[in-house]
Write a protein that binds this ligand. Structure first.
Ligand code: PGA
Length: 256
């Protein structure tokens, strides 16, 4: 069985005080009971190394919010996959709609990042999802399949082995308007069936997680069906007490 995965995506938030408070609280309140899930923190780049040291001797891992498509050289402002590996990163988020929107990252660019992450032995968290308009026009399936196809075309189907696919409808991110479990099920099953049609075994080693306005108050609805293997959580991961309570609620559903 896949161990449930919870990624806290802090985005452009936090400072040393915030980090000390949050990580200490998490360590104090839930580290010992984290056997039921894998928890990973995705802070801004500059704090990765600091947090890596704070997380030593815990089961909590580190996620990077981004990576460059180059390994080294004259690329001012960029961070490479080797550097992320150096500071203890396990997962790397790519294809996030905020990067697609604010940094014009297209599927081709995302697939280059994907390839490098796999090549260097880290785990990509590939974000996919449709916009509000695409949803209205019934294009959600088409959009997510295109997002996957561009990865496969530039590489090969086996590259999807041991990865994480995060279904994150753009309209649900940071909006307070989460997708309901039927909407999530529809897209996740569509993706799974599509991948199975290409390779019968491949989905066994893929995690399907959901992101988009998951919080302490709506967490129960995501367990109404057994469809996802985890969450990518933005805003609701920024307040340690509430985030801890969210994790504890999750535990209720995962531990019999
Ligand atoms: P949100 O963000 O939880 O604030 O909606 C999720 C994400 O962007 O991964």
């Amino acid at each position: 069985m896949k161990k449930f995965l919870i990624i806290a995506n802090w985005k452009l938030n936090g400072n040393f005080n915030f980090i000390d408070k949050n990580i200490n609280l998490i360590k104090e309140k839930i580290n010992n009971s984290l056997y039921f899930c894998n928890l990973s923190i995705a802070p801004p780049y500059v704090y990765l190394n600091y947090i890596n040291n704070l997380l030593k001797k815990t089961s909590i891992s580190l996620t990077a919010q981004n990576v460059d498509i180059h390994i080294k050289g004259s690329f001012t402002g960029e961070i490479s996959i080797k550097m992320l590996k150096d500071v203890g990163v396990k997962y790397v988020i790519i294809g996030h709609s905020e990067r697609r929107l604010f940094h014009n990252e297209n599927n081709n660019f995302v697939s280059k990042k994907f390839f490098l992450i796999k090549k260097y032995g880290l785990i990509p968290i590939l974000c996919l999802g449709e916009t509000e308009e695409q949803k209205k026009n019934n294009q959600a399936e088409k959009i997510v399949i295109k997002q996957i196809n561009d990865i496969i075309e530039n590489n090969n189907i086996d590259i999807l082995n041991k990865i994480i696919i995060a279904y994150e409808p753009v309209w649900a991110i940071g909006s307070g308007k989460n997708a309901n479990i039927d909407e999530i099920q529809k897209i996740v099953l569509f993706i799974k069936n599509y991948l199975i049609s290409l390779n019968t075994k491949i989905v066994e080693n893929i995690y399907f997680i959901y992101g988009g306005s998951v919080n302490n108050s709506n967490i129960d609805i995501f367990f109404k069906k057994n469809i996802i293997n985890g969450f990518l959580i933005g805003k609701a991961s920024l307040e340690a007490e509430k985030f801890i309570s969210l994790i504890k609620k999750t535990k209720k559903y995962l531990v019999n």
